[in-house]
Design a protein around this ligand. Sequence first.
Ligand SMILES: [Zn+2]
Length: 320
Amino acid sequence: MKLIITMILSTCFIAATVAYTLDASCDEHQANMELAMRSAASMAEAAVVQMMNSNVNSQWKSAIDLIFKDKSGDRLEAIGTVKDKQMAGGPLNSNEVIFSCNPDRWVDYADPDTGAKKIGTVWNPEHKVQYEDGKTVMETCKIDCTTLFGSLAKAIPQKECLIGFTVQEYEKTDEQTFLLVDNKRVPAGPAVITICPWYLKLIKSKGSHVITDEWIVKAAKSGDKAVNAIKYALRKKPIDKLSQHFLDVTILHELTHTSFGGDTGDEEDGDNGKGYGWKAVTTLRSTYNADSYAYAGLVARMLNANPPYTVDKDGKLKTF
Ligand SMILES: [Zn+2]
């Protein structure tokens, strides 16, 4: 009965809300995934509230001007609604996001033209996301990067560490576009966000699934030293210690890659490689770059902390 009521409500508000599902591979991380998902949606919502506020908060304005050249609240608006978890196995459509916690969940497929076996979640001749530096994204997601997030990170190419990836097909006109779930072929449509297993294990051991006021205070006090979350030498600014180190910020980043979340990319920043981290974000000032939205959500979260914090150009956190 409860299920029917939920379904009716979802139908009524279908244009405004997005539901998510946790794949069975997330069973072990269910509580952390749910907390992080809720926190990611709240960060997006808080950023939208600030962006829509006609009485602009001066702390917000100075921080958001560092992140974006233009206003871009609409991209985060849909993400702020992703709060309802659906039963697994429910309807699949483009207004749904499936979280997977292990790339092995998605099976190998054969190229229908050549018969060659490939690894991936989706078959579409135009789909390039699987292949990067000779390795598939799926393979890269299986590499254990725990130690690479430590002090050696500088010496290791960043691209070899993958913490998660998003797959979404936007056009359903091509019959060859499908997902393989448990060996069953289903039409593509929902976004599939895979969080890599090594990263989930690390998040669990560090307890860094959700940004808390305590973590913000620690990051503010840390200067250029790492806080007791994941150390990552490539992200040296104090605010960077609150970004990929936390599952909720990672989820927010991935959600912006979905079609409902704004179809962002990971933009290249000439000096800094991919557009990850505060330095790249504030150099790009782009409304297309995924991490820029993750930082916008993070700034909104910091403004709502007790005590509230803001961030300056150098990525230092200051209370006010
Ligand atoms: Zn990304």
